[in-house]
Structures are given as structure tokens and as C-alpha cells.
Design a binder for this molecule. Structure first.
Ligand code: MG
Ligand code: MG
Length: 261
């Protein structure tokens, strides 16, 4: 069942998602070599609570953090830890969720700690670009497969590979609603895009092969070949006049300085 949102509900989703953007923006000030992902998690949790919301990931299916923090070859769902210390040249994908006024916000960005190799920086740039290519296809009357195919073709044409095991999703009062939004697929297939649908588009793109491994901690997903992976996510609403991005990278990129992607 796909729940179409009213204008009022989309406004509430916008507020929840803007808070995610602000939280990621706050984190952007702190990401540097020497920082642990647990420190980042505490900053995010405090920031979210100070703004009258709750961290949507904390306790979700038992997840122990307010953020998912995934370093280098970790694709998604990394658990914040005092042992996970960022070092010069690392990338860290940070996925953040808020629960505000009955609705969920959900967005992710891959950050650089210090100076990252040009090869990895290009992976990040391509993954972020593919997100916007996907969003351009999120138009009323088209299909989920149009978004999926656009992301896949864009990334594969540049030599990267698309993770199959994890996908984007519908969102609203619950973090994961129908439909699924894969980052691979066929144009013209999948659910029809209708005005009022809210979905998260979230390419997870690998430098090497597409295969992933699920770690024994029950959460962390990493690349099988141990090469880097990037993850960018926006929450959007399908509107009569085109896609509306409800989340925001503006707050992040204001604070990134020379580390902007
Ligand atoms: Mg997310
Ligand atoms: Mg998501």
C-alpha cells in the first residue's frame, strides 16, 4: 500500500527532513581525522533532541545509534563506535533520521576526513550526481524503474557498480513504506509515480565490484572486495510540477569548506 500525502503532510515531512539536513550540517563541522563515529553520534542525538525531535534510527529494529556511520569499504548501517576513529583520507557515509511531528526525515551524505584520493573523490562526486539524475526522473506519470535505471546507467557508464541488496524506499509516518526504490532496474517498470508520493532515493555505489558482505555485528554492510563505497540520499515528494527535495545538503555544504564534494 502506497500512502499518498496531502500538502499539509508534505510540509511536516519537509520540516523533519530539514532537521536532518541541519543535523548533517552540524556534523560537517566536526568531521576530521581523530574524531570517532561515537562522538559524531552523540553530537547528532543532542542536536536532534534540542530541536524537539527524536532520532529515528535509535532503537529501530534494535539499532544502537542515532546515526549510521560507514567508513571506507562499509556501505551502510555502520554502528557508531569509540573504536572507529577517522583517519586522514577516510570517507564516512553518514545516514541520519529524525522523527518530528509524526513524520520521519531520512537523508545521507558521504564526507571526507582530511584529503581523500582523487579516485575516491570521483566516486563520491559521481554517486552524488547520480542521486540528482534519479530525482530528475521522479516525475508524476513515470515509474520507479525510470529512477532506478537512470541511477544505474549513470554510475555504470563511469565504471562504478551498483549495490543490489539495499534499496531506497517510500517514507512517511514510518521510515520504510512502499514502494521500494532500487538503484538498478528497467525503464517503464515498477510502481507508477503519483503526486503525493514521498520516497527516499539513495544510491549506494561501489568503486570496485557490486558484491557486499553482511558483517557478524548484525548491521554493517561492507564491500566484498574491500574497496570504497559511497552513499547519498534525499527524501523527495512527487508534486504536480515536478519533484520537490524535502531534505537538504545546503547546511552540510555551507560548513564543508575545501572538503565539499
Ligand atoms: Mg537513510
Ligand atoms: Mg533511507
Amino acid at each position: 500500500m502506497i500512502y499518498l500525502k496531502t500538502d499539509e503532510e508534505i510540509e511536516l515531512m519537509y520540516q523533519a527532513n530539514q532537521l536532518v539536513g541541519q543535523t548533517l550540517g552540524e556534523l560537517a563541522k566536526h568531521i576530521a581525522p581523530g574524531v570517532t563515529t561515537l562522538q559524531l553520534d552523540k553530537i547528532a542525538e543532542e542536536f536532534i533532541r534540542d530541536h524537539g525531535a527524536t532520532p529515528a534510527f535509535l532503537g529501530y529494529n534494535g539499532f544502537p545509534g542515532s546515526l549510521c556511520t560507514s567508513i571506507n569499504d562499509q556501505v551502510v548501517h555502520g554502528i557508531p563506535s569509540s573504536k572507529a576513529i577517522l583517519t586522514e583520507g577516510d570517507i564516512v557515509s553518514i545516514d541520519c533520521g529524525t522523527f518530528l511531528n509524526g513524520f520521519v526525515g531520512d537523508s545521507a551524505y558521504t564526507f571526507c576526513a582530511g584529503e581523500v584520493s582523487p579516485e575516491v573523490k570521483d566516486l563520491l562526486k559521481t554517486t552524488k550526481e547520480s542521486l540528482y539524475v534519479g530525482i530528475q526522473n521522479a516525475v508524476e506519470g513515470r515509474r520507479i524503474g525510470d529512477i532506478s535505471n537512470a541511477v544505474q546507467v549513470y554510475c555504470e557508464s563511469k565504471g562504478y557498480s551498483v549495490v543490489r541488496e539495499l534499496v531506497g524506499h517510500g517514507i512517511g509516518k514510518h521510515m520504510h513504506e512502499e514502494p521500494e526504490v532500487p538503484n538498478y532496474g528497467r525503464r517503464g517498470y515498477g510502481s507508477l509515480l503519483r503526486s503525493g508520493m514521498c520516497i527516499c532515493i539513495e544510491p549506494m555505489i561501489n568503486l570496485g565490484k557490486r558484491n557486499v558482505v553482511f558483517e557478524s555485528d548484525g548491521w554493517t554492510v561492507r564491500t566484498k572486495d574491500r574497496k570504497c563505497s559511497a552513499h547519498f540520499e534525499h527524501c523527495i515528494a512527487i508534486r504536480p510540477d515536478g519533484p520537490q527535495i524535502l531534505s537538504s545538503f545546503k547546511f552540510i555544504e555551507e560548513n564543508l569548506g575545501s572538503n565539499a564534494i
